[in-house]
Design a protein around this ligand. Structure first.
Ligand code: ZN
Length: 297
Protein backbone atom coordinates (compact mmCIF):
# COMPACT_ATOMS: atom_id res chain seq x y z
CA UNK A 1 0.00 0.00 0.00
CA UNK A 2 2.87 2.33 -0.60
CA UNK A 3 1.48 3.49 -3.91
CA UNK A 4 -1.75 5.27 -4.52
CA UNK A 5 -4.17 2.63 -5.76
CA UNK A 6 -7.22 4.81 -6.07
CA UNK A 7 -7.07 4.79 -9.83
CA UNK A 8 -5.91 1.23 -10.15
CA UNK A 9 -8.37 -0.34 -12.54
CA UNK A 10 -6.47 -3.55 -13.19
CA UNK A 11 -7.64 -5.64 -10.28
CA UNK A 12 -9.40 -5.37 -6.92
CA UNK A 13 -6.79 -3.97 -4.59
CA UNK A 14 -7.96 -6.16 -1.72
CA UNK A 15 -6.37 -9.13 -3.45
CA UNK A 16 -3.15 -8.49 -1.66
CA UNK A 17 -2.66 -11.68 0.28
CA UNK A 18 -0.54 -12.99 -2.55
CA UNK A 19 2.01 -10.34 -1.87
CA UNK A 20 4.55 -10.05 0.90
CA UNK A 21 3.35 -8.04 3.87
CA UNK A 22 4.27 -4.43 3.37
CA UNK A 23 5.58 -3.09 6.68
CA UNK A 24 4.65 0.43 5.66
CA UNK A 25 0.99 -0.40 6.24
CA UNK A 26 1.54 -0.41 9.98
CA UNK A 27 3.58 2.78 9.75
CA UNK A 28 0.77 4.40 7.81
CA UNK A 29 -1.71 3.66 10.57
CA UNK A 30 0.74 4.56 13.27
CA UNK A 31 1.53 7.91 11.74
CA UNK A 32 -2.04 8.88 11.01
CA UNK A 33 -3.51 7.74 14.30
CA UNK A 34 -5.29 4.42 13.95
CA UNK A 35 -8.86 5.62 14.40
CA UNK A 36 -8.50 8.61 12.13
CA UNK A 37 -6.75 6.42 9.59
CA UNK A 38 -9.71 4.06 9.42
CA UNK A 39 -12.16 6.89 8.89
CA UNK A 40 -9.99 8.53 6.28
CA UNK A 41 -9.60 5.26 4.41
CA UNK A 42 -13.38 4.94 4.21
CA UNK A 43 -13.67 8.39 2.70
CA UNK A 44 -11.12 7.53 0.05
CA UNK A 45 -13.12 4.42 -0.87
CA UNK A 46 -16.28 6.40 -1.55
CA UNK A 47 -14.40 8.77 -3.77
CA UNK A 48 -12.64 6.12 -5.77
CA UNK A 49 -13.31 5.83 -9.44
CA UNK A 50 -15.28 2.79 -10.41
CA UNK A 51 -13.00 0.06 -11.58
CA UNK A 52 -13.75 -2.77 -13.92
CA UNK A 53 -12.25 -5.48 -11.80
CA UNK A 54 -12.77 -8.39 -14.20
CA UNK A 55 -13.56 -10.54 -11.20
CA UNK A 56 -13.37 -13.80 -13.11
CA UNK A 57 -9.72 -13.21 -13.75
CA UNK A 58 -6.92 -12.87 -11.33
CA UNK A 59 -3.65 -14.17 -10.05
CA UNK A 60 -5.19 -17.22 -8.39
CA UNK A 61 -7.04 -18.80 -11.29
CA UNK A 62 -7.57 -17.38 -14.75
CA UNK A 63 -8.87 -20.74 -15.88
CA UNK A 64 -11.45 -21.31 -13.17
CA UNK A 65 -15.04 -21.07 -14.30
CA UNK A 66 -17.49 -20.21 -11.57
CA UNK A 67 -21.15 -20.73 -12.56
CA UNK A 68 -22.05 -17.84 -10.29
CA UNK A 69 -19.68 -15.48 -12.02
CA UNK A 70 -16.77 -13.60 -10.60
CA UNK A 71 -14.50 -13.90 -7.65
CA UNK A 72 -14.59 -10.59 -5.79
CA UNK A 73 -11.75 -11.60 -3.48
CA UNK A 74 -9.10 -14.28 -3.59
CA UNK A 75 -10.68 -17.62 -2.84
CA UNK A 76 -14.20 -16.31 -2.26
CA UNK A 77 -17.00 -17.16 -4.70
CA UNK A 78 -20.33 -15.43 -4.41
CA UNK A 79 -23.54 -15.37 -6.42
CA UNK A 80 -23.95 -12.31 -8.57
CA UNK A 81 -26.40 -10.66 -6.24
CA UNK A 82 -23.77 -10.74 -3.49
CA UNK A 83 -21.11 -9.11 -5.61
CA UNK A 84 -19.49 -5.96 -4.32
CA UNK A 85 -21.19 -2.73 -5.26
CA UNK A 86 -19.50 -0.43 -7.73
CA UNK A 87 -17.94 1.42 -4.80
CA UNK A 88 -16.11 -1.65 -3.60
CA UNK A 89 -13.72 -2.29 -6.43
CA UNK A 90 -10.34 -0.68 -6.76
CA UNK A 91 -10.30 0.62 -3.21
CA UNK A 92 -7.93 -0.18 -0.40
CA UNK A 93 -10.69 0.66 2.06
CA UNK A 94 -12.42 -2.69 1.61
CA UNK A 95 -11.81 -5.74 3.69
CA UNK A 96 -13.27 -9.13 2.97
CA UNK A 97 -13.29 -11.38 6.03
CA UNK A 98 -10.46 -13.91 6.10
CA UNK A 99 -8.98 -12.47 2.91
CA UNK A 100 -6.13 -10.61 4.56
CA UNK A 101 -4.07 -11.90 7.45
CA UNK A 102 -3.42 -9.47 10.27
CA UNK A 103 0.31 -8.99 10.74
CA UNK A 104 1.76 -9.76 14.18
CA UNK A 105 2.51 -6.09 14.78
CA UNK A 106 -0.71 -4.69 13.32
CA UNK A 107 -4.04 -3.51 14.68
CA UNK A 108 -7.31 -3.89 12.78
CA UNK A 109 -10.19 -1.55 13.60
CA UNK A 110 -13.60 -2.62 12.28
CA UNK A 111 -16.72 -0.52 12.57
CA UNK A 112 -19.40 -3.14 13.20
CA UNK A 113 -21.96 -0.40 13.79
CA UNK A 114 -22.06 3.37 13.93
CA UNK A 115 -25.58 4.66 14.45
CA UNK A 116 -27.61 5.57 17.52
CA UNK A 117 -30.99 5.08 15.83
CA UNK A 118 -32.45 3.49 13.84
CA UNK A 119 -30.37 0.39 13.11
CA UNK A 120 -30.68 -0.51 9.45
CA UNK A 121 -29.62 -3.28 7.15
CA UNK A 122 -26.45 -1.43 6.24
CA UNK A 123 -25.74 0.36 9.53
CA UNK A 124 -26.01 -1.28 12.94
CA UNK A 125 -25.81 0.30 16.38
CA UNK A 126 -22.45 1.61 17.52
CA UNK A 127 -19.72 -0.98 18.02
CA UNK A 128 -16.03 -1.01 17.14
CA UNK A 129 -14.08 -4.26 17.07
CA UNK A 130 -10.35 -3.90 17.65
CA UNK A 131 -8.21 -6.89 16.71
CA UNK A 132 -4.53 -7.07 17.57
CA UNK A 133 -1.76 -9.04 15.93
CA UNK A 134 -1.15 -10.87 19.22
CA UNK A 135 -4.55 -12.56 18.86
CA UNK A 136 -6.48 -10.42 21.32
CA UNK A 137 -9.77 -8.81 20.43
CA UNK A 138 -11.77 -6.03 22.09
CA UNK A 139 -15.16 -4.42 21.56
CA UNK A 140 -15.92 -0.78 22.25
CA UNK A 141 -19.66 -0.31 22.73
CA UNK A 142 -22.12 -2.93 21.61
CA UNK A 143 -25.13 -1.36 19.93
CA UNK A 144 -28.18 -2.88 18.34
CA UNK A 145 -27.44 -5.25 15.47
CA UNK A 146 -23.66 -5.33 15.90
CA UNK A 147 -23.60 -9.07 16.59
CA UNK A 148 -24.76 -9.77 13.06
CA UNK A 149 -21.85 -7.80 11.66
CA UNK A 150 -19.32 -9.30 14.06
CA UNK A 151 -20.39 -12.79 13.03
CA UNK A 152 -20.27 -11.60 9.42
CA UNK A 153 -16.62 -10.76 10.05
CA UNK A 154 -16.17 -14.48 10.81
CA UNK A 155 -15.88 -13.98 14.56
CA UNK A 156 -18.23 -16.50 16.18
CA UNK A 157 -20.35 -15.45 19.12
CA UNK A 158 -18.48 -17.55 21.65
CA UNK A 159 -15.30 -15.56 20.96
CA UNK A 160 -16.92 -12.24 21.77
CA UNK A 161 -15.55 -10.92 25.04
CA UNK A 162 -14.03 -7.87 26.72
CA UNK A 163 -16.71 -5.30 25.93
CA UNK A 164 -15.91 -1.73 26.95
CA UNK A 165 -18.99 0.49 27.34
CA UNK A 166 -18.48 4.23 26.93
CA UNK A 167 -21.74 5.09 28.71
CA UNK A 168 -25.06 3.50 29.46
CA UNK A 169 -27.23 4.93 26.72
CA UNK A 170 -28.83 1.78 25.38
CA UNK A 171 -27.65 2.36 21.81
CA UNK A 172 -24.18 1.58 23.19
CA UNK A 173 -24.98 -1.78 24.79
CA UNK A 174 -28.28 -3.03 23.31
CA UNK A 175 -26.84 -6.29 21.95
CA UNK A 176 -25.28 -7.36 25.28
CA UNK A 177 -28.52 -8.90 26.64
CA UNK A 178 -28.65 -10.92 23.43
CA UNK A 179 -25.05 -12.11 23.17
CA UNK A 180 -24.75 -12.87 26.90
CA UNK A 181 -27.01 -15.98 26.95
CA UNK A 182 -26.40 -17.04 23.34
CA UNK A 183 -22.64 -16.80 23.74
CA UNK A 184 -22.86 -19.37 26.51
CA UNK A 185 -25.36 -21.47 24.58
CA UNK A 186 -23.05 -21.63 21.55
CA UNK A 187 -19.98 -22.74 23.48
CA UNK A 188 -18.71 -19.64 25.26
CA UNK A 189 -18.20 -21.41 28.57
CA UNK A 190 -16.07 -18.70 30.15
CA UNK A 191 -17.34 -15.61 31.98
CA UNK A 192 -18.30 -12.58 29.93
CA UNK A 193 -16.14 -9.59 30.79
CA UNK A 194 -17.81 -6.17 30.70
CA UNK A 195 -15.83 -3.02 31.41
CA UNK A 196 -17.65 0.23 32.08
CA UNK A 197 -17.88 3.35 34.19
CA UNK A 198 -19.52 4.01 37.51
CA UNK A 199 -22.43 6.42 37.78
CA UNK A 200 -23.48 9.06 40.26
CA UNK A 201 -25.04 6.30 42.40
CA UNK A 202 -24.35 2.54 42.40
CA UNK A 203 -27.52 1.66 40.51
CA UNK A 204 -26.50 4.08 37.75
CA UNK A 205 -23.18 2.33 37.15
CA UNK A 206 -22.22 -0.58 34.89
CA UNK A 207 -22.68 -3.15 37.67
CA UNK A 208 -26.18 -1.79 38.25
CA UNK A 209 -26.98 -2.21 34.56
CA UNK A 210 -25.70 -5.80 34.60
CA UNK A 211 -27.77 -6.60 37.71
CA UNK A 212 -30.88 -5.29 35.99
CA UNK A 213 -30.06 -7.17 32.81
CA UNK A 214 -29.77 -10.46 34.68
CA UNK A 215 -33.18 -9.87 36.21
CA UNK A 216 -34.62 -9.01 32.81
CA UNK A 217 -33.22 -12.25 31.39
CA UNK A 218 -34.22 -14.48 34.30
CA UNK A 219 -36.86 -16.47 32.40
CA UNK A 220 -34.55 -17.01 29.45
CA UNK A 221 -31.56 -18.00 31.58
CA UNK A 222 -33.54 -20.51 33.61
CA UNK A 223 -35.16 -21.99 30.52
CA UNK A 224 -31.78 -22.69 28.96
CA UNK A 225 -30.09 -23.87 32.12
CA UNK A 226 -30.46 -27.50 31.10
CA UNK A 227 -27.84 -27.06 28.38
CA UNK A 228 -24.10 -27.12 28.95
CA UNK A 229 -23.04 -23.58 29.63
CA UNK A 230 -20.00 -23.93 31.89
CA UNK A 231 -19.31 -20.53 33.44
CA UNK A 232 -20.90 -18.77 30.48
CA UNK A 233 -23.62 -17.22 32.60
CA UNK A 234 -21.04 -15.57 34.84
CA UNK A 235 -20.32 -11.91 34.17
CA UNK A 236 -17.15 -10.29 35.40
CA UNK A 237 -17.91 -6.59 35.68
CA UNK A 238 -14.97 -4.23 35.78
CA UNK A 239 -16.60 -1.02 36.96
CA UNK A 240 -14.21 1.88 37.38
CA UNK A 241 -14.60 5.45 38.59
CA UNK A 242 -15.92 7.51 35.68
CA UNK A 243 -14.12 10.58 37.07
CA UNK A 244 -10.58 9.26 36.73
CA UNK A 245 -8.47 11.10 34.19
CA UNK A 246 -6.24 8.71 32.28
CA UNK A 247 -6.59 5.95 34.88
CA UNK A 248 -5.81 2.41 33.73
CA UNK A 249 -8.92 0.23 33.41
CA UNK A 250 -7.25 -2.72 31.69
CA UNK A 251 -3.65 -3.92 31.68
CA UNK A 252 -2.90 -7.42 30.35
CA UNK A 253 -0.41 -8.89 27.89
CA UNK A 254 0.98 -5.50 26.95
CA UNK A 255 -2.46 -4.05 26.24
CA UNK A 256 -3.32 -0.97 28.31
CA UNK A 257 -6.69 0.78 28.23
CA UNK A 258 -7.22 4.14 29.92
CA UNK A 259 -10.35 6.20 30.46
CA UNK A 260 -11.32 9.79 31.10
CA UNK A 261 -14.66 11.49 31.84
CA UNK A 262 -16.75 12.83 28.98
CA UNK A 263 -19.33 15.59 29.04
CA UNK A 264 -22.43 13.77 27.86
CA UNK A 265 -25.94 13.90 29.29
CA UNK A 266 -25.15 12.71 32.80
CA UNK A 267 -22.36 11.61 35.14
CA UNK A 268 -20.87 8.32 33.95
CA UNK A 269 -19.75 8.82 30.33
CA UNK A 270 -16.12 8.12 29.43
CA UNK A 271 -13.71 7.94 26.53
CA UNK A 272 -11.12 5.18 26.06
CA UNK A 273 -7.64 4.87 24.71
CA UNK A 274 -6.08 1.47 23.99
CA UNK A 275 -2.29 1.24 23.68
CA UNK A 276 -0.42 -1.78 22.39
CA UNK A 277 2.91 -2.28 20.69
CA UNK A 278 3.36 1.38 19.83
CA UNK A 279 -0.10 1.70 18.28
CA UNK A 280 -3.17 3.22 19.82
CA UNK A 281 -6.90 3.36 19.31
CA UNK A 282 -9.07 6.11 20.78
CA UNK A 283 -12.80 5.93 21.23
CA UNK A 284 -14.46 9.07 22.53
CA UNK A 285 -18.00 7.67 22.65
CA UNK A 286 -20.58 10.46 22.72
CA UNK A 287 -20.18 13.95 24.10
CA UNK A 288 -19.18 17.52 23.64
CA UNK A 289 -15.76 18.63 22.50
CA UNK A 290 -13.55 19.04 25.56
CA UNK A 291 -9.91 19.25 26.54
CA UNK A 292 -9.43 15.77 27.98
CA UNK A 293 -10.39 14.02 24.75
CA UNK A 294 -7.95 16.24 22.92
CA UNK A 295 -5.25 15.39 25.46
CA UNK A 296 -5.71 11.62 25.43
CA UNK A 297 -6.51 11.46 21.75
ZN1 ZN B 1 -25.08 8.78 24.32
Amino acid sequence: MTKDNRNDTQRPSHVENDEPQDPSRRDLLKGAGAGAGAVAAGAVGLGASQADAHPGEGPLGENLKNPYGGRPAGGISLPEYFRPTKYMTGSNANYFPLSEQLGPDEMRISFCGSTPCPPREDQAGTCIMVGLGNGKRFFFDFGSGCVRNIVGMQVPGQLINDIFISHLHVDHYADIPYIYPFRAWSGGYTPLRIHGPSGRTPELGTQGMVNGMKQMLKWHLEAYDLLPIGDGYEIEVNEFDFRQEGGIVYDEDGVVVRSWPRSHAKDGAVGYRLDWNGLNFVWSGDGRPEELSRKYG
